[in-house]
Ligand binder design. Structure first.
Ligand SMILES: [Zn+2]
Ligand SMILES: [Zn+2]
Length: 165
């Protein structure tokens, strides 16, 4: 049981690294055609970028099914649950707290929450496929480091590609 809890926890932690890699090199790379919608003003409740939530939920659903129904073993359930847990935390942080897709009155107070919210806002300070900064979600470098990266990135950008959210 403890081993399964550790697998679950490791999966949640590893998913932040996976999300960073996907965001930086896939969504701001060949997958930009979907992610671009998230860097534009949204019309209506959904954006093309939401397909990523569906895509990333699939391995979780398959692993949970395999672990619970198809006898793949407890590891599959633990990994599937870890991916789902990260997805829920990601949705709460990214879509609800930062982008306010659901109404709420939460205001970040702790130093950690202020930092990761601000870090994602800085990601949206560069609304282009290239030259982005701050691709992580739950882990972020100190804001002064990100501000330096932002200035460097603005120096590389030509034209008014910035907007604040
Ligand atoms: Zn992005
Ligand atoms: Zn965002």
């Amino acid at each position: 049981m403890l081993a399964l809890l550790l697998i679950w926890l490791d999966t949640v932690v590893a998913m932040e690294g996976f999300a960073y890699v996907m965001h930086r090199w896939v969504m701001h790379g060949p997958g930009w055609f979907l992610h671009e919608s998230h860097h534009r003003v949204r019309h209506g409740n959904f954006e093309l970028n939401d397909f990523y939530a569906v895509i990333f939920a699939l391995p979780s659903i398959i692993l949970l099914y395999g672990g619970v129904q198809a006898g793949w073993g407890g590891w599959a359930t633990a990994v599937g649950a870890g991916i789902a847990t990260y997805g829920a935390i990601y949705f709460g942080f990214h879509d609800v707290i930062v982008h306010r897709r659901l109404a709420h009155r939460y205001i970040p107070k702790s130093a950690y929450m202020k930092r990761i919210v601000q870090a994602h806002r800085l990601h949206h300070a560069v609304e282009s496929k290239h030259h982005g900064i701050s691709f992580g979600f739950l882990v972020a470098p100190p804001l002064d480091k990100l501000m330096v990266q932002l200035e460097q990135s603005k120096g590389r950008l030509r034209g008014p590609a910035r907007r604040s959210i």
